[in-house]
Design a protein around this ligand. Structure first.
Ligand SMILES: O=C(CO)COP(=O)(O)O
Length: 258
């Protein structure tokens, strides 16, 4: 296990309305009331429509759970129907925002250039981007998983200064392991995450690379999280389906207690 504070984050995707969000976060906070949040950071990424409710709850009850959005516009304001901007998210005190999730790359054709603009928009408004990267099955089978993923890291960080890059979170999410129940072997995940750290050292410095948190995402469950988190270059998990089940997510967050 690494010395960086693990970030265990739940990406709810397009699930849970704002009332369900309130119930879910309350239950989570209650179940984690004794947790030392200095040793593990817990975050949820609800849909946009839930964020105000989650913010009110977290602020009102001084919860230690952090929250963020699943996407951000590259633009600050203007004629961009349906988009949500950095100023809007920072007004809601979002700590994090996912950028370039594979579902955005796949269904909304987000390129590395778009992801790069979104990473910059997040930093501009004081929100920490969780840059999602990872290869499709064909790419892995062709032996190009590492090269493909590193190109996404480099593209997402183009012209991002070190003062900002040092606080980015990178989520390695092999596309073939998302929502499929096929978890990437812990050794394979470690190999790519170590390569990502190597790329950060090449783009910036080793010191900076050593500070950045790299999460693994893709079919993380309570039964496999400990093995994944035991790897030296994996500093957290980005959890999809299993984060919707409060009890299961609590077990994932409590991975050190298993
Ligand atoms: O996409 C993911 C998190 O962002 C992973 O989803 P699953 O945990 O459902 O595989």
């Amino acid at each position: 296990m690494s010395t960086r504070t693990p970030l265990m984050a739940g990406n709810w995707k397009m699930n849970l309305n704002h009332l369900e969000a309130i119930a879910h976060v309350q239950k989570l906070a209650f179940a984690l009331a004794d947790k030392d949040y200095e040793t593990v950071e817990v975050a949820v990424l609800p849909p946009f429509t839930d964020l105000r409710s989650v913010q009110t709850l977290v602020d009102g009850d001084k919860l230690k759970i952090k929250y963020g959005a699943q996407d951000i516009s590259a633009h600050d304001s203007g004629a961009y129907t349906g988009e949500i901007s950095g100023p809007m998210l920072s007004k809601l005190k979002c700590t994090y925002v996912a950028v370039g999730h594979s579902e955005r790359r796949q269904y909304h054709k987000e390129t590395d250039e778009v992801c790069n603009a979104k990473v910059k928009a997040a930093f501009k408004h004081g929100i920490t981007p969780i840059l999602c990267v990872g290869e499709e099955l064909e790419v892995r089978e062709a032996g190009n998983a590492v090269a493909h993923t590193l190109a996404q890291v480099e593209g997402g960080l183009k012209d991002v200064p070190a003062e900002q890059a040092e606080s980015i979170v990178i989520a390695y999410e092999p596309v073939w392991a998302i929502g499929t129940g096929k978890v990437c072997g812990a050794d394979d995940a470690q190999q790519v995450c170590a390569a990502i750290r190597g790329k950060l050292a090449e783009l910036y410095t080793q010191e900076l690379a050593d500070r950045v948190r790299i999460q693994y995402g893709g079919s993380v469950k309570s039964g496999n999280v400990a093995e994944i988190m035991a790897k030296p270059d994996i500093d957290g998990a980005l959890v999809g389906g299993a984060s919707l089940d409060t009890d299961e997510f609590v077990k994932i967050v409590r991975f050190t207690e298993q």
